[in-house]
Design a binder for this molecule. Structure first.
Ligand code: NAP
Length: 477
């Protein structure tokens, strides 16, 4: 059985306490993992603090080379990494492979960004009194970045923090989700093999409340970058004081299907957007608002494709849907479905457990106040509502406490541009589902979906300080 200690200062570090890690699919113990204390977390922060000078002094080409090597090492261990994700997160293998491939891309983007982080010159003579001076800005690393990550993309969401942090010359204390430590420790190993200085990346597993709070409350940490639930994100921000904070939080992402959309062609992609990784994706397709002219045919085709998905072992190559991350999460989703059905919603597909896994579930006639509509479901459940036109559809999408991404299928350019203007979200996908993401695009939300942007370049900017230098050419004249 694998036993993982803490990764601090470039070496394995025995912890005082360990916890069993269970497979979400079988509930069997799959590893024994360190559960760090506040003091052990402080040791990791000290290591990161001590490594700041080495990272700050490292030239951009050397930072880029380390990130390129990490990308290559990960690509070489693709099978192993995908197996770890499937094992610890119950992510079906086909999606686990896709995550590994994306993570390789994320580190490659980080290597490229390391080489092009720069400031600009400022024409000071545009202001009276600014003559005779040369001014330019530089981007300096902040120092220690505290990175706290969720379970649902355990490799790639770690990469979205560690990649830009190393690219921009920072050091990192990473606290991965308790359910998904193995892929985070693999990344620590790869960075070590790629030549990252000791202490520049530290991985500390343990309870969110203990390790997370120790990171957020420590004055040596310059920035906290958090991806996870709005509840935890808000609490962290309240404690962060003057630290820079980026929050990538949840959503109940929505899609508009206009009357002229080619339903047959878009339905398979919509089904994938709703049910991949059991709906446990921050931009999972949760709410679909379909024009009344095509509503019945859309629901029928959606039901047919959803019922064709294979439920089973995440380690089987042909599994589409497996267990959710924990039995308590499955129970929560079931109770929200029951609440909706009791309130008058109707089941168009699914709704049952198969070997502990919730079937892909489709609800119609759900009202806006039901939790399946208004809260983040984070489960293989989608609601499909009928709308009379774009006004009603846009209002329904915006009637949300969240605002991460939204999608619109329409062939009417005017409607598309109007939706792009009026949807209150961080990203609008025209003729695609809200679930679309590639790793260099700016990504983040409004409202309770968070603050700040990821996407390698944008995260690297957030992890640097803009410094101004002004040179007076005639100091004595
Ligand atoms: P979570 O429960 O909020 O946990 C996220 C991380 O925070 C974990 O590492 C967790 O540690 C830690 N944590 C928990 N309590 C903490 C505390 N009191 N102080 C500091 N850290 C604490 O979220 P999750 O269930 O793993 O992930 C699902 C959520 O993430 C969803 O809301 C989803 O939408 C969101 N998400 C957002 C994005 C995005 O980019 N916007 C991407 C993916 C996921 P433990 O595991 O030890 O509890």
């Amino acid at each position: 059985m694998e036993r993982k200690s803490l990764w601090i200062g470039g070496r394995w570090h025995e912890a005082a306490a360990y916890a069993e890690l269970k497979s979400p699919h079988t509930q069997e113990t799959i590893a024994i993992v360190a559960a760090a204390s506040r003091e052990e977390t402080a040791e990791a922060i000290a290591a990161a603090y001590g490594a700041r000078a080495a990272m700050r002094a490292m030239p951009a080409h050397a930072r880029a080379a380390i990130l390129e090597r990490v990308a290559a090492l990960l690509a070489a261990r693709r099978e192993e990494a995908a197996g770890l994700i499937a094992l610890e997160a119950a992510k079906p293998l086909k999606y686990a492979f896709a995550e590994v491939d994306r993570t390789v891309q994320t580190y490659k983007f980080a290597a490229e960004e390391a080489k092009r982080l720069h400031g600009e010159t400022i024409p000071l003579d545009a202001a009276p009194g600014g003559e005779g001076r040369l001014a330019y800005t530089v981007r300096e690393p902040l120092g220690v970045i505290g990175a706290i990550t969720p379970f649902n993309f355990p490799l790639n969401l770690v990469a979205h923090k560690v990649g830009p942090a190393i690219a921009s010359g920072n050091t990192v204390v990473l606290k991965p989700a308790s359910q998904t430590p193995l892929s985070a420790y693999l990344i620590a190993e790869l960075f070590h093999g790629a030549g990252l200085p000791a202490g520049a990346l530290n991985v500390v597993t343990g309870a969110g409340g203990v390790v997370g709070n120790a990171i957020v409350e420590d004055d040596r940490v310059a920035m906290v970058t958090f991806t996870g639930s709005p509840e935890v994100g808000k609490a962290l921000r309240a404690k962060a004081g003057l630290k820079r904070v980026t929050l990538e939080l949840g959503s109940n992402s929505a899609l508009i299907v206009d009357r002229d959309a080619d339903v047959e062609r878009i339905v398979p992609r919509c089904v994938m957007g709703a049910f991949s990784n059991q709906g446990q994706v921050c931009i999972s397709l949760q709410r679909i608002y379909v024009h009344e002219d095509v509503f019945d045919v859309f629901v029928e085709q959606f039901r047919r494709v959803a019922e064709g998905l294979r439920i089973g072992d995440p380690l089987s190559a042909d599994t589409d849907v497996s267990a959710m991350i924990a039995p308590a999460e499955t129970e929560r989703a079931m109770s929200w479905i029951k609440e909706a059905l009791d309130g008058g919603a109707k089941l168009a597909a699914g709704g049952q457990l198969i070997d502990g896994a919730l079937q892909p579930t489709v609800l119609v006639d759900a009202t806006a106040d039901m939790r399946v509509s208004s809260m983040e479901l984070f489960a293989p459940v989608v609601i499909i509502g009928k709308v009379s036109g774009m006004d009603e559809a846009i209002a329904a999408v915006n009637d949300s406490r969240y605002g991460l991404q939204a999608g619109v299928f329409t062939n009417d350019l005017g409607q598309a541009l109007r939706a792009a203007d009026e949807l209150h979200v961080g990203g609008v996908m025209i003729n695609d589902i809200p679930t679309f993401r590639v790793d260099h695009m700016p990504y983040g939300g409004v409202k309770e979906s968070g603050t700040g942007r990821e996407g390698v370049k944008y995260a690297a900017l957030e992890m640097t300080e803009l410094k101004l230098v002004v040179i007076n050419r005639q100091p004595y004249g």
